[in-house]
Design a protein around this ligand. Structure first.
Ligand SMILES: [Zn+2]
Ligand SMILES: [Zn+2]
Length: 329
């Protein structure tokens, strides 16, 4: 009996110690915001390993999604994120690689996870129209499941879509989302977003060439998530424009046009030098990281990371990253 009491006392002490340790580690880390890179691939790719561009930002009770790239809900499932909890979506622009999973996010959580509140979407001109068409495209499924068969929540399949302009577009529970114009011409308008919460800040570039307006809005953020593409001076661009590039179905001419719509490593370094984020992180890329980093380093010495699918970034007194599969600290 005595032995049992000693074991019990030791067990209680161990539990109390474990709890105080976990509490102290939570308060010392105390991130104001958490970012999850659900997908980091650029463009309309077919890739068995990487998912399309989507970024989830969590702050307090808010969960905000930025862009909805390929296989978004697969990324959510891997991270044990219930997609019915993600009901607020901000689109940078309407290129298909940024929006292709919107139908998934719109329909599946309603029909399988019990979503009973409307999906809210903010995006450039054309967002409202796109959703009107999307509702029409899926009218059969919506009618059957809402009105005839399962009788799923009518509210859960509503969409509140807003065509935005530059400026503050969302404010709730202490979080503020500001849209700013970037330069992805001829794709106009295209936006980046800045998210502010509890004195911490994140900027997401969307797709853009080097943008003075981004530098203005993102200046001094804790975390800058920026796109990057192949170098504009890539020697592979020298030659007949109609020829296919090696290991590619893209002609040289088209690849050059695409590169012109984006930011390359040298240019990204100049942008980071002006923004001076605590951490600069690339997402939306299909370039070689080490070669690109060498280009960035021509102009910028600060901390730079390449995003990976399902990477978590905590933004608090420090900005720290955790790769998928590594344990929580
Ligand atoms: Zn893109
Ligand atoms: Zn684009």
């Amino acid at each position: 009996m005595r032995n049992v009491s000693i074991v019990l006392a030791l067990l209680l002490l161990t539990l109390a110690d474990a709890r105080s340790q976990s509490q102290s580690s939570v308060s010392s880390r105390d991130p104001a915001m958490r970012v999850i890179l659900l997908g980091t691939a650029a463009g309309p790719t077919f890739d068995a390993q990487r998912l399309g561009i989507s970024t989830l930002v969590e702050a307090g009770s808010e969960r905000l999604l930025f862009d909805a790239g390929r296989s978004l809900t697969t990324g959510m499932a891997r991270m044990a994120i219930n997609p019915s909890d993600v009901t607020k979506v901000f689109l940078t622009h309407l290129h298909s690689d940024h929006i292709i999973s919107l139908p998934e996010l719109y329909l599946f959580p309603w029909a399988s996870q019990g979503r009973n509140v409307p999906l809210q979407v903010w995006g450039p001109n054309g967002t409202r129209r796109m959703f009107a068409h999307l509702q029409e495209a899926f009218a059969f499924d919506i009618r059957i499941r809402r009105d005839v068969d399962e009788k799923f929540s009518p509210d859960g399949i509503r969409v509140i879509a807003t065509d935005i302009r530059e400026g503050s577009v969302y404010e709730s529970n202490g979080i503020r989302v500001t849209a700013f114009l970037v330069d992805h011409s001829p794709v106009t308008p295209a936006f980046g977003y800045r998210i502010d919460y509890q004195g911490r800040s994140i900027a997401i570039s969307g797709d853009t060439k080097p943008s003075d307006n981004l530098v203005k809005f993102a200046s001094g953020v804790d975390l800058l998530i920026h796109e990057v593409a192949r170098p504009k001076q890539d020697p592979a661009f020298i030659g007949p424009p109609d020829e296919l590039l090696p290991n590619s179905r893209q002609t040289r001419g088209r690849a050059k046009i695409i590169a012109e719509h984006h930011t390359d490593g040298v240019e990204a370094g100049r942008v980071f030098q002006r923004v001076k984020p605590k951490l600069a992180l690339f997402s939306h890329f299909n370039v070689d990281p080490s070669a690109t980093l060498r280009l960035v380093r021509q102009n910028y010495e600060g901390p730079v990371e390449f995003g990976e699918d399902l990477m978590t970034i905590d933004v608090g007194s420090a900005v720290s990253i955790r790769r998928f599969g590594t344990p929580n600290r």
